[in-house]
Design a binder for this molecule. Structure first.
Ligand code: B1M
Length: 209
C-alpha cells in the first residue's frame, strides 16, 4: 500500500526514478491526481524549501527534488487536463530573466491548461524582449510573469515598461506571481493582477474573458 507520504519522501530525497512507479501505484489504489499533487508532490517541496534555507539541504539535492517534482507533474498533468474542451482564452507564461525557478510556473501552467486555457510557455530566464515578442506574435489575453528571487523581480517592471514602449500594453493583461511577489508590488509596477497560487492565477485569467 502506497501513501501520499511516500510521494512526499520521494520528492524530499530526489528519487526521480522511483516517483513514476509510486504515482502509478497510488493511482491504481484510486487516488485522485490533484490529491497526489497537493498531498504528495507539493507537500514534499514544502519541506525542501525550509531545509534549503536552513542549510540542511544543498543545491544539488534541491535540484533532484525539483526534477522529481517536475517528473511527477508531467505524469499527472494529462490526467487532469480535460479532453477537447473549447479554449477559455490564451496565456503566455514565463519566468523572468536571470531566474531559473520553474516549478511554480509549471504548476500554474498545468492548472490553466486543465481549466481550458491555451498556454504558450516561454520557459525560464525569459528576457523582457522575448516576452514582448511573444505578446506581439501570440496575442494572448494574459501575460503571466513569474519570479522567485528578489533580485529578478525588477525584470517584471522592465517587461511592463517595454510593453508600454512598444505600444502593446493595452492589448494584454499582465499577471505576476511567485513567492517574493505581493499585491503591493504588483500595483507598484503597474501589473493588472497578482496571484498567490495557481488557483488564483486561474481565477484572474477567467475574469479577463
Ligand atoms: Co532557489 N531560492 N535558488 N532553487 N529555491 C528560493 C526561491 C529561496 C527562497 C530559498 C531560500 O533561500 N530560502 C531563495 C530566494 C531568496 C530571495 O531571493 N528572497 C533561493 C535562492 C537564493 C536560489 C539561488 C540564488 C541559490 C544559489 O545559487 N545560491 C539559485 C538561483 C538560481 C537562479 O534562478 N538564477 C537557486 C536555485 C534553485 C534550484 C535550481 C536549486 C531550484 C529550482 C529548480 C526549479 O525550479 N526547476 C531551487 C528551488 C527548488 C528553490 C525552493 C527551495 C523551492 C521553490 C519552489 O519550487 N517551490 C525555494 C524556497 C521556497 O520557495 N520556499 C528557493 C514550490 C513552488 C510550487 O512554489 O514557486 O512559490 P512557488 O510557486 C507557487 C506560488 O508562488 C505561485 O503559484 C505556485 C503554486 O502555489 N506562483 C505563481 C508561482 N509562479 C507564479 C506565476 C503566476 C501566479 C502565481 O502568474 C504568472
Amino acid at each position: 500500500m502506497i501513501h501520499f507520504e511516500d510521494i512526499e519522501a520521494a520528492v524530499i530525497e530526489g528519487q526521480h526514478k522511483e516517483v513514476p512507479k509510486l504515482i502509478a501505484q497510488l493511482l491504481d489504489q484510486g487516488a485522485a491526481p490533484m490529491d497526489i499533487i497537493k498531498n504528495g508532490l507539493l507537500s514534499g517541496m514544502g519541506i525542501v524549501g525550509p531545509r534549503f534555507k536552513s542549510g540542511e539541504m544543498f543545491m544539488p539535492e534541491v535540484m533532484l527534488s525539483a526534477k522529481t517534482m517536475n517528473i511527477g507533474l508531467d505524469i499527472l498533468k494529462p490526467l487532469i487536463v480535460e479532453g477537447d474542451m473549447e479554449s477559455a482564452g490564451k496565456a503566455v507564461l514565463g519566468t523572468v530573466e536571470s531566474d531559473l525557478h520553474d516549478i511554480g510556473k509549471n504548476l500554474v501552467k498545468m492548472l490553466l491548461e486543465s481549466s481550458g486555457f491555451q498556454v504558450v510557455d516561454l520557459g525560464i530566464d525569459v528576457s523582457a524582449e522575448s516576452f514582448v515578442e511573444a505578446v506581439a506574435e501570440h496575442k494572448p489575453d494574459v501575460l503571466g510573469l513569474a519570479a522567485l528571487l528578489t533580485t529578478t523581480m525588477p525584470n517584471m517592471r522592465k517587461t511592463i515598461e517595454l510593453l508600454e514602449e512598444k505600444g502593446l500594453r493595452g492589448s494584454v493583461k499582465v499577471l505576476v506571481g511567485g513567492a517574493p511577489v505581493s499585491e503591493d508590488f504588483a500595483c507598484a509596477i503597474g501589473a493588472d493582477g497578482y496571484a498567490a497560487d495557481g488557483a488564483a492565477a486561474v481565477d484572474f485569467c477567467r475574469q479577463q474573458q
